[in-house]
Design a protein around this ligand. Structure first.
Ligand SMILES: O=C(O)C1=C[C@@H](OP(=O)(O)O)[C@@H](O)[C@H](O)C1
Ligand SMILES: C=C(OP(=O)(O)O)C(=O)O
Length: 436
């Protein structure tokens, strides 16, 4: 947590004039934590420039250190920079996953390569997040895992220093992270790994594509030609020398601000080509009435303050849902409801996001209903009130977007945004021309 960031309740600032701001967004959580895992499994030292420094990535670094990896965190030219030196992975260790899906899913296969027991636990709500498919898959590959109840946190992985590997079939309809987890460590398994997804459609596919791409960057051979099947060849993992792209999903709230308040927001360094799911925000904002321009300097979004209703399938980009739902709730003048579909798996995210968004938006006067696989948001005038955040960083971001237009929105436990963006309130205040 940034020592200067507010904690407790935070009155969300309104936007009294159109915005004209440039917002430099820190590095991607998903890329930072993938690179960190691969660096710990690599043959030599890796250098990550501009990694995200937040609760989720700090937990990842802490866990890798507990497993024996050396991580040196420095600031070079005012930017964070990490030197990650792989060592023989070892137990015993106790890993705090916090509420980070990437830590609780990506590290059990890494712990399986350690020599000794590694116990995993996390925040109270983390014990409710789905884990069974990845634990079952590891057991099928010969790994010893004991749980203390259901197949969820807390559990202990007892490695012997090597994993046989081979083919596993699992149902990853609850989270793409089950697949990514096995692929990230799979090159270090004796037979590599073949992962077959069998079940309802896999969510967040761009995140699996991101995993495949970072593995290829590290010299690993991955076959992803067939749908729902991935094969990782056994091999060494090469050291990485990478600069982390800005987190495009974290950029979503700032871009949304331009649409809601009118004016424009620029995000420098927006990649021309990326596997980040957050890139889809360009199309979503366009559909909601913004003007969106991507050029070599970055992304610029301009809006008039009017938000259009939308019917969107967010299956691939579920992490954008809270901010998109806030935008849809501000489409008060639209003559039709908005529908957000394909996101049943959000019930297993940081909190049950469908229930949380319905409850909190309705608490401000919204007319939101939950469907089997998403949300239906009818036009309604919103009013002041407290917006509860359930330990979910993206609930804070959604509430801040609402607060731009609805006076008197108070965001409960604003510090929870530190899961991925500890400097959120500071950046938000600066975007609005005020102190954060
Ligand atoms: O692998 C990743 O970095 C992520 C995958 C997605 O998870 P789900 O597939 O569980 O939605 C995404 O929502 C999460 O924010 C990050
Ligand atoms: C679902 C998310 O995170 P996690 O990596 O904890 O699953 C998210 O950031 O929206």
């Amino acid at each position: 947590m940034d020592p200067h960031s507010p904690t407790g309740d935070w009155p969300a600032p309104t936007a009294d004039t159109p915005i004209d701001a440039t917002v430099a967004v820190p590095g991607s959580k998903s890329l930072t934590n993938r690179y960190a895992v691969l660096a710990a499994l690599a043959t030599d030292a890796s250098r990550l420039t501009r990694p995200l420094v937040s609760r989720d990535t700090t937990l990842m670094v802490g866990a890798l250190r507990d497993l024996g990896t050396q991580v040196t965190q420095e600031n070079v030219d005012d930017e964070p920079s990490w030197l990650i030196e792989p060592q023989q992975l070892r137990g015993p260790a106790g890993i705090d996953c916090g509420l980070a899906g990437t830590v609780m899913r990506f590290l059990p296969p890494v712990a399986a390569l350690a020599d000794g027991p590694v116990r995993f636990d996390g925040d109270p709500h983390a014990r409710k997040r789905p884990m069974a498919p990845v634990l079952g898959a590891l057991r099928a590959l010969g790994v010893d895992i004991t749980t203390e109840g259901a197949d969820a946190l807390p559990f202990t992985v007892t490695g012997t220093g090597a994993v046989r590997g081979g083919k596993v079939v699992l149902d990853a309809s609850g989270s793409s992270q089950f697949v990514s987890a096995l692929l990230l460590a799979g090159a270090r398994f004796e037979q590599g790994v073949t992962v077959v997804h069998d079940g309802k459609p896999l969510p967040s596919l761009p995140h699996v594509q991101m995993t495949v791409e970072v593995l290829r960057d590290a010299g690993v051979v991955v076959d992803d030609m067939d749908a729902n099947t991935w094969h990782v060849e056994p091999s060494e993992i090469s050291a990485l020398e990478v600069s982390v792209e800005p987190d495009l999903s974290n950029a979503a709230a700032f871009l949304a601000a331009a649409l809601v308040a009118g004016g424009r927001v620029r995000v420098p360094g927006w990649p021309q080509v990326t596997t980040q799911a957050g890139d889809t925000m360009r199309d979503i904002l366009d559909a909601m009435g913004a003007e969106v321009v991507l050029d070599r300097d970055g992304l610029t979004v301009s809006g008039t303050g009017e938000v259009s209703a939308v019917d969107l399938d967010l299956h691939d980009v579920g992490e954008l849902t809270p901010v998109v739902a806030a935008l849809a709730a501000l489409a008060a003048l639209a003559d039709s409801p908005s529908q957000l579909r394909g996101i049943a798996h959000l019930r297993g995210h940081e909190t049950d996001r469908l229930a949380a968004l319905r409850t909190e938006l309705n608490g401000l006067g919204g007319r939101v209903t939950e469907t089997d696989d998403g949300l239906r948001i009818e036009p309604a005038a919103l009013h002041a009130g407290t917006f509860h955040t359930y330990g979910d960083h993206r609930m804070v971001m959604a509430a801040a977007v609402l607060g731009l237009r609805v006076p008197g929105v108070v965001i409960e436990d604003v510090a929870t945004v530190g899961k991925t963006l500890p400097t959120f309130t500071e950046l938000w205040g600066r975007m609005l021309g005020r102190q954060g």
